[in-house]
Write a protein that binds this ligand. Sequence first.
Ligand code: FES
Ligand code: FES
Length: 132
Amino acid sequence: MAYSDKVLDHYENPRNVGTLDKNDPSVGTGMVGAPACGDVMKLQIKVNEAGVIEDAKFKTYGCGSAIASSSLVTEWIKGKTLDQVMEIKNSDIAEELALPPVKIHCSVLAEDAIRAAVADLKAKQGNTQEAA
Ligand code: FES
Ligand code: FES
């Protein structure tokens, strides 16, 4: 199976690989696994005071499509609000990267990772407000 040029580009030059401090109250961490293959993706987002994502990092233990999907979404989510990134669909990712049907679950992993990171951040911020 041939990978598209965009997948290869992100695979060879992944954007925003790394980690953010998960104890930072403005950082949300999403860690998800793909039941289909056992691959794991960690996505972290950091929001500013206006609720806009100012930084995003990922670490993915998985195939080229999973790495490309996470690299792509870190680019897409920077500068967006939490509500805006919740609108990103795995089909948008799969389309942008021209993923073949057997690799669709790799883009699902990226969508799940965004949702998990947002949920983690919202839970943290809820706690902070209750404590205040
Ligand atoms: Fe997991 Fe693709 S099956 S690396
Ligand atoms: Fe399983 Fe890509 S995440 S093959």
